[in-house]
Design a protein. Structure first.
Length: 215
C-alpha cells in the first residue's frame, strides 16, 4: 500500500484522477479485510462497510460465494487497467502484484485453517485418555498423600481438562468465540490506518474490549 501512496500523476492523468484511483483501491482493501473476516466466520457482511464498495461490487456480493477472492481479482484487474492507462509504470505494478499474490496466499492459508479439521480420532482419544488419567490419578496418590489426595487430584485433573479445552479452541480460531483471533478489532485497526493514509478525518473509533474480550 505504501507503493500505491507514492504514485505521482502522469502527463495524461490529473492529480484528481490519481487520488480517485488511490481511494478506490484503498476502499476496496478495507472491504476486503472485513469480508474475509465475515467469510471465515460465516457471517453476513455488515452494512457499515458497504460504503467501501462500488455499485458493481455490491451487486457481486450477493452472487459470489468467495467474496474476498473476488475482491482480490477486482484489485488485480484495476491495477492492470491502471498500468495501461498510465497511472503506474511496470516496476511499481510488479511491486503491487507481488503483494496481491502474498494476500492471495494468506487468504488460501486462512481458508485451509478454517476448513481442515483435525482427525476425529485425535479429539476423541485425547478426551478419553484425559479422563482415564484423571480417574486413575487418585489411586497413585492416595498412599503418599492421604486425604490431600482429593485436593491434589482435583487440581491436577482440572489443569489437564483446561489444556484439552485450550487445544480445542486453538483448532478453531475463526468461530467468533471469546478466545478466538480478534479479527473484528484487527480489521478496525486496518481501516483506521488506511483512512488516515488517505487524509480522511472522519475515522471510526478503535474497538474496545467487551467484558475483557476483543472480538
Amino acid at each position: 500500500m505504501l507503493t500505491l501512496f507514492s504514485l505521482k500523476h502522469s502527463e495524461n492523468k490529473s492529480e484528481a484522477d490519481l487520488e480517485a484511483f488511490k481511494k478506490q483501491i484503498i476502499y476496496r482493501q478495507i472491504g476486503l479485510v472485513n469480508t474475509l473476516r465475515c467469510h471465515l466466520r460465516k457471517q453476513e457482511i455488515p452494512t457499515e462497510i458497504e460504503k467501501y464498495f462500488s455499485k458493481k461490487e455490491l451487486a457481486l456480493l450477493t452472487t459470489t460465494q468467495n467474496i474476498p477472492n473476488m475482491l482480490l481479482l477486482e484489485q488485480a484487474r484495476q491495477l492492470h487497467d491502471a498500468l495501461h492507462s498510465g497511472y503506474i509504470e511496470d516496476f511499481r505494478h510488479m511491486q503491487i502484484d507481488v503483494r496481491l499474490t502474498a494476500m492471495t496466499d494468506i487468504l488460501g492459508g486462512c481458508e485451509r485453517i478454517k476448513k481442515t479439521d483435525f482427525p476425529r480420532q485425535y479429539s476423541n482419544y485425547t478426551s478419553i485418555f484425559t479422563w482415564i488419567f484423571i480417574i486413575m490419578l487418585p489411586y497413585s496418590l492416595v498412599q503418599g498423600m492421604g486425604m490431600l489426595t482429593i485436593v491434589a487430584s482435583t487440581v491436577i485433573g482440572f489443569i489437564f481438562m483446561v489444556l484439552e479445552t485450550i487445544g480445542y479452541y486453538i483448532e478453531t480460531p475463526f468461530e467468533n468465540h471469546i478466545n478466538d483471533t480478534p479479527m473484528t478489532a484487527i480489521c478496525r485497526g486496518i481501516e483506521i490506518d488506511l483512512l488516515e493514509m488517505l487524509g480522511e478525518t472522519d475515522l471510526p473509533k478503535p474497538l474496545q474490549p467487551v467484558n475483557g474480550y476483543l472480538y
